[in-house]
Design a binder for this molecule. Structure first.
Ligand SMILES: *Cc1c(COP(=O)(O)O)cnc(C)c1O
Length: 477
């Protein structure tokens, strides 16, 4: 059996294999890679997964896409199991009952946020592909972060053979815990770089580096941002797992399961959409946003119009455009690459994309949406602590607020808990005082030694820094 192949949403690349799309990240025509077919899972097969552990369910889901011609079955299993072993909870991503609905806790990984699920796997795939000849065995991953992505990438890539990981962050503008999570990692292949500037400046430096073909090829640049197909694929696994856990309950065994997903770059919820395409009985999918509500405006009014970023208490969802949304739009326009490319190019110029009529109706049948502002978010954190003795992070609270707004509070509703509350003490303290005791792994961060570099906010300096660092790393081998 052959693995699923991939094409660009904008029509410039076709029939690529899993290895290529994982190593490349973004398509050459600036589109995103999407699977050419979605494998399906029939009811009977799904039932046969009921007694499996999380890692075994994940292997089943991944092996629908990735066959022996890409990764030998044994190796795939090894990659998934090692990735899951990095989690503290024996069920990896447990489903719990709270306040008459379910919560899928995705934050038991090394950096206490859901991005660990995918980045642990991506790190192991990179290592395997480099070992088996991709890219001449070397990769320099360059990323920009305003918080959670950087630390999850660092923990996914630390110590991986052939990989160097360079993370740019705006100096003095990430939270103390987030900065410490990055800079206390001692592995020699990890390089944290503070930039005198904003997160947007950091992103521009990353984009600028990818847009310099000579530099890109010389240092063998790679990316781990949320558009990497491997991240979306890895996230599909926990929709299958949580569906099985909710339908373990006799009274729900034939129910469709609903999900509410705190959303920024549309990666996590897109995985749910793809799980439904694969045949998983999912009912509603709720897109939950904070004040940065471009997606909520799209699903209510058909207007995907770019606005300035607002700074909120759920910073990992502070975006003005959603980098994975193009994958959904591609689906919405019936996989028409010319139409999609025209829409995206127009959006890049006008910063506005509008759909009406049938397209809007179709979008609204695919997703519901809701927006929670700061006071709604804090109310949920406060109320759940007082009434249900459950403390959640501000991102998770946005998702929980959404199910009250859409009147979907019941036992078949699963809210994705995307981070541990201990990562966002300043926000949680606005609702709960005194704060709960933080987990020891977070509490001890302030006492550990740190390692970081600084670099001026300018493309040439960053590129020189990287070339020098890579030359030193190669010489020290
Ligand atoms: C990244 C992140 C999100 C948003 O996820 P997307 O896949 O970008 O929609 C939500 N919550 C937390 C804690 C995150 O780190």
């Amino acid at each position: 059996m052959k693995s699923v192949t991939y094409s660009s949403t904008r029509g410039g690349q076709h029939n690529l294999d899993f290895r290529t799309v994982v190593m490349t990240g973004l398509a050459h025509d600036r589109g995103l890679f999407v699977p050419d077919t979605f494998p399906t899972v029939e009811k009977e097969e799904l039932e046969s997964w009921r007694s499996l552990s999380f890692p075994d369910v994940a292997v089943k889901v991944l092996s629908k896409y990735v066959k022996e011609d890409q990764v030998p079955a044994e190796k795939l299993e090894d990659i998934v199991k090692r990735s899951c072993a990095a989690f503290r909870h024996e069920e990896v991503t447990p489903v719990i009952d709270v306040a008459g609905h379910k919560v899928l806790e995705l934050f038991h990984g090394p950096t206490f946020a859901f991005k660990d699920v995918a980045l642990q796997m991506l790190g192991n795939f990179f290592e395997y592909f480099l070992e088996t000849g991709s890219n001449g065995g070397r990769l320099a991953v360059l990323g920009a972060t305003s918080g959670d992505t950087g630390s999850a990438a660092i923990y996914g890539l630390r110590g991986k053979k052939g990989v160097d990981c360079i993370i740019l962050f705006p100096k003095g503008r990430v939270s103390a815990i987030q900065e410490r999570q990055m800079t206390t990692v001692e592995d020699e292949n990890i390089h944290c770089v503070a930039i005198e500037g904003t997160f947007d400046d950091c992103q521009d430096l990353v984009k600028g580096s990818f847009n310099s073909p000579e530099f890109r090829d010389r240092v063998k640049l790679g990316a781990v941002n949320s558009i990497n197909w491997c991240r979306v694929l890895a996230q599909i696994t926990y929709y299958f797992w949580s569906y099985l856990r909710v339908t373990d309950q006799e009274e729900h065994k034939d129910s469709k399961i609903k999900y509410s997903v705190p959303t920024g770059n549309f990666g996590d919820i897109l995985a749910g959409f793809y799980a439904r395409k694969m045949g998983l009985p999912i009912g509603k999918l709720i897109v939950a946003t904070n004040e940065n509500d471009i997606l909520h405006r799209f699903f209510t009014k058909g207007e995907y119009h770019r606005e300035e970023i607002a700074k909120t208490i759920s910073p990992s969802m502070d975006i003005c455009v959603s980098s994975n949304f193009e994958r959904y739009l591609f689906n919405l326009v019936g996989n028409d690459t010319s139409k999609l490319a025209a829409m995206m190019e127009d959006f890049e110029i006008t910063k506005k994309l509008t759909v009406t009529g049938e397209l809007l109706e179709k979008a609204q049948s695919d997703f519901s949406s809701a927006r929670a502002d700061t006071s709604m978010t804090l109310d949920i954190i406060r109320e759940y602590n007082e009434t249900h003795n459950y403390v959640m992070c501000p991102h998770t609270a946005v998702g929980v607020s959404a199910i009250y707004q859409t009147k979907d509070v019941d036992e078949t509703m699963v809210c994705l808990a995307t981070a541990h509350e201990g990562k966002f003490p300043d926000a949680v303290k606005m609702a709960i005082d005194p704060l709960p005791t933080p987990p020891p792994q977070l509490a001890c961060l302030l006492d550990l030694p740190t390692r970081l570099s600084e670099c001026p906010n300018d493309l040439k300096s960053v590129q020189d820094f990287m070339e020098k660092m890579i030359a030193e790393r190669l010489a020290s081998k």
